[in-house]
Write a protein of this length. Structure first.
Ligand code: MG
Length: 398
């Protein structure tokens, strides 16, 4: 018995706000499509995996599947058609010579499909020619016109259809040929139209289609839960310098500090918050402050730098992680930092939404040596320690 997985990822939709199709966006540092492919490729009951991609997506697909081809059973991708149905038909045609008896047809955007669900489909295919994973409809249903409720819909006998949908290969190929030219929503519908009995098995709430930005955050929470609460420690460092000039207010750690001069810069030039932001971005390998808030962008002119720090802390939370501690050193001859230290710690803790006992702020002079010693500028360095859900380490760097 040979079983194929056919993964339909021909969408060109960029609904998540990025400029690449959503199936190639990273979910916890791994492209969505790679997660989907790996779920099947590393499953003991799946022998070959065929992907169907959009025209012109060959390079994206190659980058997303680096290291998965040789000997693992991932076939070269085929280019899809104008509709999902057509794309599946092209994928089935490509599998014609693969010698498979069964095929599991799956949406590429359901990247969280797990091994148990794949096994349930395979077990049911031992007894039935067609299998649909389904979930109950819990909420009540209403028919609307615009925003007006017209009437209620009886949910008795309704389920929510998921993928992978499993089929005996010859049966679904014949059903697709019979349905050619139509536009059916999924392969179970095509099977039913051809008289093939389709049975349901329980689906999985985590196996949702990732289509909007909120879905990415939900998907990361699912992955965090699957990590079983196991966290790993990441560390990042940050360093920044700004020049002291006349006629600028001095902002340090998000607080206005009375001083004869202030720091020059595109934003409010809060050197301490910039170093901290870079430390946190470093801990989650998310580039640097200039990548996220380019000084060439007028939006950030004169803004309060707590925006940058809040953003970096948000990236950690988005990955279901938390900031364990930060340690910041401000390097200057003047002003004296010590009188402000407790207020600074409280302010930084507030911006990061962590307890103040996780925030260390220190200061040093450089004994009147160098640019800080001559009071030409203020420097700051920071270390951030972050806990993130464990991710299996893969050798391909993905
Ligand atoms: Mg800076």
């Amino acid at each position: 018995m040979r079983t194929a997985a056919l993964i339909v990822a021909a969408g060109r939709g960029t609904r998540l706000g990025a400029d690449v199709p959503k199936q190639y966006l990273d979910l916890l540092n791994k492209p969505l499509l790679r997660r989907t492919v790996e779920a099947f490729l590393f499953h003991a009951e799946i022998d070959v995996v065929q992907t169907v991609i959009g025209a012109g997506q060959d390079d994206l697909h190659a980058a997303a599947t680096v290291g998965l081809h040789d000997g693992l059973g991932l076939l070269s991708p085929v280019t899809g058609g104008g509709s999902r149905q057509e794309s599946v038909a092209l994928g089935l045609a490509a599998l014609a010579d693969a010698g498979v008896d069964r095929v599991l047809i799956h949406d590429g955007a359901r990247a969280l499909v797990d091994a148990d669900l794949i096994s349930r489909i395979c077990r049911a295919l031992d007894e039935h020619p067609a299998v649909l994973p389904a979930l109950p409809v819990v909420d009540s249903l209403r028919r609307v016109q615009g925003d007006q409720v017209v009437d209620g819909v009886d949910r008795t006998g309704l389920v929510r259809a998921q993928t992978p949908q499993g089929f005996h290969f010859g049966a679904i190929v014949a059903a697709h040929q019979a349905a050619a030219g139509q536009d059916m929503t999924d392969d179970a519908a095509i099977a039913v139209a051809d008289g093939i009995p389709v049975v349901t098995v329980p689906g999985d709430e985590d196996n949702f289609k990732i289509t909007v930005q909120d879905d990415m955050a939900r998907a990361e929470r699912v992955l965090a839960r699957r990590a079983g609460g196991m966290m790993e420690t990441r560390t990042g460092s940050g360093f920044d310098v700004h020049r002291l000039v006349a006629d600028r207010p001095l902002m340090l750690c998000g607080l206005p500090i009375a001083h004869t001069r202030g720091l020059a810069g595109h934003s409010d030039a809060d050197v301490a918050l910039h170093a901290l932001t870079d430390a946190i971005l470093g801990a989650v390998a998310a580039g640097d402050i200039g990548d996220h808030f380019p000084p060439t962008d007028d939006r950030w002119r004169g803004v309060s730098s707590d925006i940058f720090l809040r953003y970096a802390a948000g990236l950690v939370r988005l990955r279901a992680g938390h900031i364990t501690s930060i340690d910041l050193t401000i390097i200057c001859e003047a002003p004296k930092i010590k009188p402000h230290r407790d207020a600074m710690r409280a302010r930084v803790a507030d911006i990061l939404e962590i307890n103040v006992d996780r925030v260390s702020i220190k200061a040093t002079t450089t004994e009147r040596l160098g640019f800080t010693g001559r009071a030409e500028g203020i420097a700051a360095q920071a270390i951030a320690t972050v806990a993130l859900p464990c991710e299996p380490i893969t050798l391909t760097g993905r």
